[in-house]
Every structure is written in C-alpha cells, then in structure tokens.
Design a protein around this ligand. Sequence first.
Ligand SMILES: Cc1ncc(COP(=O)(O)O)c(C=O)c1O
Ligand SMILES: N[C@@H](CCOP(=O)(O)O)C(=O)O
Length: 473
Amino acid sequence: MKYVSTRGAANLGQFSEVLLMGLAPDGGLAMPEHLPTFSPQELEDLRRLKYADLAFAVMRPFITDIPEADLRRLLHETYRPEVFHSPDITPVTPLGNSGLFLLELSNGPSLAFKDMAMQFLGQVFEYVLEQRDEYLNILGATSGDTGSAAEYAMLNKPRVNVFMLSPHGRMSAFQQAQMFSLQEPNIFNIAVEGVFDDCQDLVKAVNADAGFKATYRIGAVNSINWARVLAQAVYYFRAYFALDLPAGAEVDFCVPSGNFGNVFAGYLAKKMGLPVGQLVVASNENDVLHEFFSTGAYQVRPGERVAKTSSPSMDIGKASNFERYLYLIAGESGEQVAGWWQAVGRGEVVNLGGTPHWNAVQASGFVAGRSTHADRLRTIAHVDRQYGRLIDPHTADGVLVGQHFQRPGVPMVCLETALPAKFEETVLEAAGRRPERPERFRDIEQQGRHGVVLPNDVQALKTYIREQLEQKI
Ligand SMILES: Cc1ncc(COP(=O)(O)O)c(C=O)c1O
Ligand SMILES: N[C@@H](CCOP(=O)(O)O)C(=O)O
C-alpha cells in the first residue's frame, strides 16, 4: 500500500516510511492511496477473532511492507490481557437496559484510550528502527493523555527519545504527575506557556523545517501519525462484533472528540465496510466540531479563545485530523484541501454550507453535540446512581451527547476514553466520592517533578532539543 498527502504530494512511500515521517513534507497528513473494504462475508469471518488477530486482519491491507509473520507477532506482543487488564482487551459493557454501551478503552498502562494505539507504536517503532539501524526523536503535543501514553509506551526503547510538549498548568494533577514524575534518560517533558494548540503548532513548525527534521530525526506520535489512526480503527470492529448482532445490523458510536483522531478512526472503519450508522461527535465547551457539523462552517479557535474546562484533554481549538476527513469529503482532492488549509491558516472561515461538499458531509453519518461543566457533572452523577458506574468527564460528554442521538433498536456505543481516576476532583464534585485508583498510581503526585517550562517559541524549542541531544552523544 502506498500513501499520499492530504495536500497533494503523491507517493510518500509505504507504511514504515509514513510511520517514521509523521507529518508529510508538504505539511499535510498521510492517507492510503485507496481504502480497502471488507465484503459482508469477509466481515463475518472477522466476527470471532481475538483482538490481536482482528487487528492483523484490519491493519494488514495498510501495512504491506512488514512481513506477515512479523506483523502478527508485534500485534500479539501488543494486545495482551496483562497489558490491558482484561481478557477481551476492549470489553463492551451495557448501561442497564438503556441501549447505551460503554466501550472500555482505558484499562491499559496510562488509563486512557491512547494506550490502544500507542502500545502498538512502541512495538512497531522499535521493530522498524532496528531493521534500519536508525534512531528517532519523537516530538509530541499533549493536552493530557497522549503524553503519558506515549512515554509509557516508549520506556526502555533505546532507539527512541520522546520530547513531549504540554500546556503549562492546564492538565489535571494526576495527568501532570503521570508525565512529570518520570525521570528516564529518553523522556523530556516540556511545559509550554500556551494551550494545546500552541504545542501542536510547535510540533508542526519543527516538522516544517526539513533541515532540522532530517538532522535530528524528528518523528511524531500524535494522531497526525497515520499508524495511530489505523490502530484505533480496530476497536470499532471489535465493539461491533462484541454486540453479536445479526449480520449487517447498524451500530451507532459516540466519541468524545478534540483532535478528531478517535472519531476519524471510526469513520475509517465505516468506510471499510463496517455497518456503522451514526458517528456522534461529542465536544465540550470548545465546540469547533459541533459548530461545523451543525452549520457547515469550520473556524479554528485561536489560543486565547480556547476555554479551560473540566474535560481538559478536549480543550482543543484546531482539530488536526479534520483535515483527513475533509480530504475524503473532497473526493481525495489534495488541491482542494491545500486551498482550504491556506484559508484556515489565514484565520478565515471555511464554509461548506450550501456547497456540494456539504451534501457529502451530511451523507457521511456524522452528527454532533456539545456539553458543559454542569452537563458533565449531572451525567457522571446520573450514570453512577443509575448504573453504579463512575465515568470520567470526557466519557460523560460522550454519554450525554450519545443519549441525545439514540435511535430505537440501534445500540449506541459510547467510547470510554479515560478512567475517572485521572480526573478525581471533577468526579468527586459530581458523584461525592473519589474514584478508585490502581495501586501502581497510589502516590504518584508525591514522586517529584522533572521537566522544563519553555515559552511558546519554536526557536527556544529547537535549541532545547539540540542541546539535549548533543549532551546525550
Ligand atoms: C480522555 C480523552 N477523551 C477524548 C479525547 C479526544 O480524542 P481525539 O483528540 O482523538 O478527538 C482525548 C484526547 O485526544 C482524550 O484524552
Ligand atoms: N487529547 C490529546 C491531544 C492529542 O491528541 P492526539 O490523539 O492527536 O495525540 C491528549 O490527551 O494529549
């Protein structure tokens, strides 16, 4: 399988190339040159597969440059019950008889859905780098969960260093402690004076400097990296089969959304033939995506207008993977996407309302809603009282919006994107009790803080990366 860029560059190479590349040289995101599909009969053959074998079946058509036996081994090493604390890896749990289901994605090492793909990235980076005898310096941006998931996945990976940017003071105390307590030779935590979008823009700016990128071997772990999105598509298949419905029956999914990677992975599964009905995008107060799906207008929020909320991992004003979605909506026209993104870059509104592209958006199955602090407190309390289950604030945003779009007789699967332990204060405020915390995190806030604070400045970041790498030689 060859990959192309959403902004028009043809032939980025095969999977291993785009894995190490992260962002395409023209600033776009890698996409496969075509989307393989499963026939209804082929889908039936996937129904009873264990997670690792299902992951192989879904991902293999996109990863044709790693020998079959090696890919299968990497997936079996990744998706082990000991790592994800469940024999099913991603259990699906009904919320009473409500027709709502929780897809549990957060039982892995860092307690968020990011582990699902990031654990695979850890394995496949190491494999590809060893084959090539190369090293990689990952530059990532986190609003709270990608950071710890990436760092836990890359611990003890001698060929990889992680430079992780986070918005200074904006993550929960637990999220900060997960990252900043680490004192490892290959992990560099950098708190940036800005919001998540500033961190993401810094990542893109460093990647845009081809000389620096090549000299310092810069790679990516955010969902701008195609491998993240691909690995995330697998659990939509698994959840669908776990419901054990008659062949062809539709399932709706509700996805708490920020950078649009998770829900885009669901769209990928749908495009591959999985009978997904609605893809419900749940936003918090930072409701750029809700605004787009309600009106057709896409306008990113500048940093100063990104609200600090109680579902902080979704405090995002510029959703990177939205570019992949619009690429498909535009009939895979890189030229069209490049034009739209130039306009976005100038701070303009891209308005698809009333255009033929808007018909394509409406046919794509996406709907959207938003939630506020009061909504999420009410939803956490309601789910606790009614179903005896504590959920985290992001999952609560999803459950609230998912309920709104429920259709009679169609299961609504809400993605559980983090465990409540990561957001103790909000959960305590909502439910009047503290969530359980896995023993391994008992005293994490007391374990010291390692890392630096940098201004929102690309030169300062490049200098820091250069100095750290030179000290390591
Ligand atoms: C807990 C949690 N929920 C939801 C999201 C939003 O997911 P995405 O950015 O893929 O839309 C994130 C961050 O990505 C997250 O950490
Ligand atoms: N919510 C994320 C932000 C980055 O998203 P990604 O999926 O593109 O890595 C986080 O928690 O860091």
